[in-house]
Design a protein around this ligand. Structure first.
Ligand code: ZN
Length: 133
C-alpha cells in the first residue's frame, strides 16, 4: 500500500510502501534525549520501502552514538525520517507525525534503543526498518 505526505511546510515529500494498511502499524516512540523533546515516533515495515526528497533541502543530524542520520526539513525543521547505511544498504523509518496528520494511526509503543549497545542497534535496524529507495 502506498502512502504519501509532506513535512509541515510542504517542502519535503515523503512516500512509503508498506505491505499492510498504514493504520495497522504501531509507531515506535523512542525515549532518547533527541526524540523525546521532538515527540518523535517512527513507522516502518521490514518488508516495506520509504523515500523522501528533495534531500538538498534537508539537514542531516546525528545524535547519541552517531550511527543514525536524522533527516530534517531545513525550512520548517521537522524531522521526517531516520536512516542508517550498513553494508551498502540504507534502511530507515519515517516520522509518525508526517502521516498522523493525514491518517488515523494507533497509539505509539515506547522503546528504549538507548539501552542497546552500538553493535546491538546496528543489528536491530535491519529487522525493523524499511529499505530506503
Ligand atoms: Zn518543511
Amino acid at each position: 500500500m502506498n502512502y504519501s505526505s509532506t513535512c509541515d511546510c510542504g517542502e519535503i515529500k515523503i512516500n512509503v510502501c508498506f505491505p499492510l494498511p498504514i493504520d495497522e502499524y504501531q509507531a515506535r516512540a523512542c525515549d532518547c534525549d533527541f526524540c523525546v523533546p521532538r515527540e518523535l515516533a517512527y513507522l516502518s515495515d521490514v518488508n516495506g520501502t520509504i523515500s523522501f526528497s528533495p534531500r538538498n533541502k534537508m539537514n542531516q543530524l546525528k545524535q547519541g552514538s552517531g550511527q543514525a542520520t536524522f533527516w530534517q526539513c531545513s525550512n520548517c525543521k521537522q524531522v521526517v525520517a531516520v536512516t542508517n547505511t550498513s553494508k551498502g544498504e540504507t534502511r530507515g523509518a519515517v516520522s509518525k507525525a508526517i502521516f498522523a496528520k493525514k491518517f488515523s494511526l494507533k497509539p505509539s509503543a515506547f522503546i528504549s534503543p538507548k539501552n542497546l549497545s552500538p553493535k546491538e542497534k546496528i543489528e536491530r535496524w535491519p529487522t525493523v526498518w524499511s529499505k530506503v529507495v
